[in-house]
Ligand binder design. Structure first.
Ligand code: GTP
Length: 365
């Protein structure tokens, strides 16, 4: 028996409006709820019993996964009436663990797509006898992250806040959101109040002299918390840049789910996913995007690096670039929605309401 806790209670504000009706871990990535990829990876690594730490839209998780048996897992649900933060959620979920104080427990953030060797992480934890072992990943630009320097043996030296100056960038290692805790260590997290594992629990463990280890692994890693990362993660799974035991294998340029209708005169590329009930009309081009169930892209629509929400409609000749259209929104013909634009669920945009005019330099040439 091997147990794990998976944190899925966050509000997913950076992915609004996609997370208005659907919690981030249940959004479809490469055709299945993102959480299914993580559950399948946990099961593959030998996890047999997993506590889902829920809060925001908690009831939707049980409705989706039940007791977990189709995934070969025993799933149990912890619920926070008020979100308790990452540390508080781990402490609350631990009430449902059955293992002894010395046993290892995996803890996963519910929005990380990664190829980390989970069994290797657990072995490293057992070999070192650490209180906690963290998966650390290296990033090109560490400025947006808290940094986690380690010594030559992998011992974590500090948990540093986001660097403000170049001099503060003393490592490119960051917390990758996947840990192995020795069970008794979880029981030391204060119960019944909000706790951040990153800002409070880990620094407190270091201050108390506990051994906190980091395993630096450079396998695929992506935090799907932003719309850009969300579409990229989905496309990477479809194209096989990263694999998932929840998928039969890469499908190439596009994944069209049964029940979707794609006109032969439409073009799908870049790892696009078209979910069931969605319709793509003639002349439309959809690149590296996610088209959620029941959405429609009318003739000659152009959609790139974007998410089209469930039952949303994109009008003829409209184009989307790095945009997010919420569930049920209707974009009239001939609109241009570009970088970062988000349209709320249910909004109706008339024809030619938003257009991006060419920059003067481009007009001059
Ligand atoms: P943003 O609001 O966009 O930052 O997303 P988020 O709410 O998911 O927060 P964040 O990305 O920092 O959370 C990391 C992981 O912890 C995600 O899997 C969240 O679901 C989870 N999480 C964050 N806060 C809580 C909480 O209070 N309770 C529980 N159960 N999980 C949480």
């Amino acid at each position: 028996m091997s147990e794990a806790i998976l944190l899925v209670g966050g509000k997913g504000t950076r992915l609004r409006p996609l997370t208005t009706h659907t919690p981030k871990p249940l959004l479809r990535v490469a055709g299945v709820p993102f959480l299914t990829h993580q559950l399948a990876r946990a099961a593959e690594a030998g996890v047999t019993r997993l506590v889902l730490a829920t809060s925001y839209l908690a009831e939707l998780f049980r409705a989706e996964y039940g007791d977990g048996s189709p995934l070969g897992l025993e799933l149990v649900y912890a619920e926070e009436a008020v979100p308790l933060g990452t540390g508080g959620a781990i402490r609350n979920a631990a009430e449902l663990l059955t293992c002894g104080p010395d046993e290892p427990v995996f803890v996963f953030n519910g929005d990380i797509l990664s190829g980390v060797d989970l069994a290797g992480l657990r072995d490293a934890h057992a070999a070192s006898g650490a209180a906690v072992t963290l998966h650390l990943t290296r990033v090109e630009d560490p400025r947006a992250f808290g940094l986690v320097p380690t010594d030559g043996q992998g011992r974590v030296l500090a948990f540093l806040e986001k660097p403000q100056t170049e001099a503060e960038i003393i490592t490119d290692q960051i917390n990758a959101g996947c840990y192995v805790f020795t069970r008794s260590v979880i029981d030391t997290i204060p119960a019944g109040r909000e706790v951040s594992v990153e800002r409070e629990t880990f620094p407190a463990l270091l201050a108390s002299g506990a051994l906190v280890n980091g395993v630096v692994e450079d396998s695929y890693w992506l935090d799907l918390g932003t719309p850009q990362a969300f579409v990229r993660g989905s496309a990477d799974l479809v194209r096989g840049v990263v694999s998932s035991p929840a998928l039969p294998g890469p499908t190439g340029e596009a994944l069209v789910l049964p029940g979707a209708v794609v006109d032969p005169g439409a073009r799908l590329a870049g790892g696009t996913v078209v979910c069931e009930g969605a319709v793509i009309e003639a002349g439309a081009v959809v690149h590296a995007s996610v088209v959620l169930p029941g959405a429609r892209i009318a003739a000659r629509g152009s959609v790139r690096d974007s998410v089209v929400g469930a039952h949303a409609a994109i009008g003829e000749d409209s184009s989307l670039r790095s945009a997010v259209v919420g569930d049920g929104a209707v974009i009239g013909p001939d609109n241009e929605l570009t970088a970062g634009l988000r349209i709320d669920c249910g909004v109706r945009l008339p024809a030619r309401a938003v257009r991006v005019s060419a920059a003067p330099a481009a007009l001059a040439s």
